[in-house]
Design a protein around this ligand. Structure first.
Ligand code: NAD
Length: 248
């Protein structure tokens, strides 16, 4: 039997995990990819979810994920290239450039490899969609996260450029640019009351996003519901990128 399938990377936690759950609920087969084998195992109890322990910065992982989707479900409908990391020290600090290289390998190389692996299978299916999880940090500067911001800006222009190359093949490629979202990645920021309050005050909707809210946008961009959208970057950030940062 053929079930439309989606590959989701960075699947074991946060936005990726919520995305796996949403696609599975809506009848898709899901290949969940993450290096965190322990957390990934928790997803194996969900019907129609299979897992792959792997690192998106390798071609091997990306190719294996698509092959697993085809072998298990028969057809690839979409790829959600969600894995992302940050964490570089200040630009003058020892090791900063090596850390930039690692962040780039996951956030940009990983997205490019994901597109490269998915495209033949999507073409064979007569078309499909790719969604890259970028960030509002790729649309403007943010203090103290220069390497992350740089790679997310690159991921956004990868999406725009690849959308041009693949549009005529029926493959739509879009990005979501999440704002502040309640995931393990942001736990340290949320644990600092002053920092948390100062960020929250700048969000027009006055609150942080839930991973499920991001998953719904990803689902929209990956499904035929968004059939005329490609090369777009959709902020999902409570209005943060609409603001110039001034407070009332
Ligand atoms: P998270 O850190 O909570 O979860 C990310 C998952 O990705 C983890 O399970 C981790 O093991 C996995 N991962 C890390 N390196 C990987 C690799 N090399 N290959 C495959 N998987 C890998 O993160 P999150 O907050 O859910 O973020 C998901 C995406 O959303 C990221 O691309 C992030 O940059 C982006 N984003 C998050 C926020 C936010 O506020 N949480 C805001 C903007 C953008």
């Amino acid at each position: 039997m053929t079930t439309p399938a989606v590959v989701v990377t960075g699947a074991a936690a946060g936005i990726g995990r919520a995305t796996v759950e949403l696609f599975a609920e809506r009848g898709y087969g899901v290949v969940a990819v993450d290096p965190d084998a322990a957390r990934l195992t928790e997803l194996e109890t969900i019907t129609n979810v299979v897992t792959l322990v792997g690192d998106v910065s390798t071609e091997e992982t990306n190719v294996a994920a698509v092959r697993l989707a085809l072998d298990t479900f028969g057809q690839l409908a979409a790829s959600v290239l969600n894995a992302g990391i940050g964490g570089a020290p200040p630009i003058e600090a020892p090791g900063a450039i090596e850390q930039l290289d690692r962040i780039h390998a996951v956030n940009v190389r990983g997205a490019a490899l994901g597109i490269r692996a998915a495209a033949p299978a999507l073409r064979a299916a007569g078309g499909g969609a790719i969604v890259v999880t970028a960030s509002g940090a790729g649309l403007r500067g943010d203090p103290y996260t220069w390497a992350y911001n740089t790679t997310k800006a690159a991921a956004i222009n990868l999406v725009r450029s690849a959308a041009l190359d693949y549009g005529y093949q029926g493959i739509r490629i879009n990005a979501i640019a999440p704002g502040m979202t309640i995931t393990p990645r942001t736990a340290a920021v949320r644990a600092d009351p002053a920092l948390h309050a100062s960020i929250t005050r700048r969000i027009p909707l006055g609150r942080w996003g839930d991973p499920r809210e991001q998953a719904k946008v990803i689902y929209f961009l990956a499904s035929p519901e968004s059939s005329y959208i490609t090369g777009a970057v959709i902020p999902s950030d409570g209005g943060l990128t609409a603001s110039n940062g001034f407070l009332l």
